[in-house]
Design a protein around this ligand. Sequence first.
Ligand SMILES: [Zn+2]
Length: 206
Amino acid sequence: MIPNIEGRTRYSKSVKRHLKKIKPWKEGEWDKTNKNIKLLKSQLRSQLMVLQDSKCAYCGLKLNETSSPELEHIAPKGGKIRPQYIEFTFTPLNLVLACHLCNSPIKKGTVDPILQLNTNYKQCVFKIYHPFFDNPNNHFDYVGSGLGIVLQEKTIKGKDTIDMFDLNSEAHITARAKAVLYDFLSESLDSKEGENLINDILTYKK
Ligand SMILES: [Zn+2]
């Protein structure tokens, strides 16, 4: 299930001071390896792991399960991705943890997630589901299909998000089914036995 995030991330005073000093933020600043940027990323990672209940902000799969968690800019910071929102590079509300499955689709870099831009981040109108501002239950439903679990949109925003992050890719559907099966079976089986059975079920071919 996609986590319903309550609360927000905050930077320490020294990180805030650094961010103020390097304003206006330029392209490439995020990738620097100085002490403050490293600190900022580790502060975000540890706070987001708790706020997101260790789940990917977009697909709800357990972080660390399909890949190591990636810090994802909701409004892209630049690089090859267009359009660029360099001004939101370090905005805490613009950063969530996502799994590699959600962070890698080609489409992601080609769609503008902001419909209406405002200098105040909170006043921007987003085309896609925003993990901090939206409740996932208003935009998505879960539907069983064969051995998989498919996400179904309740709103246009939900549909645009499913498209953008390819949330119904085969990898997503299988991983979601595995998570549910695992929860179900782990109640009655020991973990190794349960894991083997799940793999047998998911790879079974007639
Ligand atoms: Zn994901």
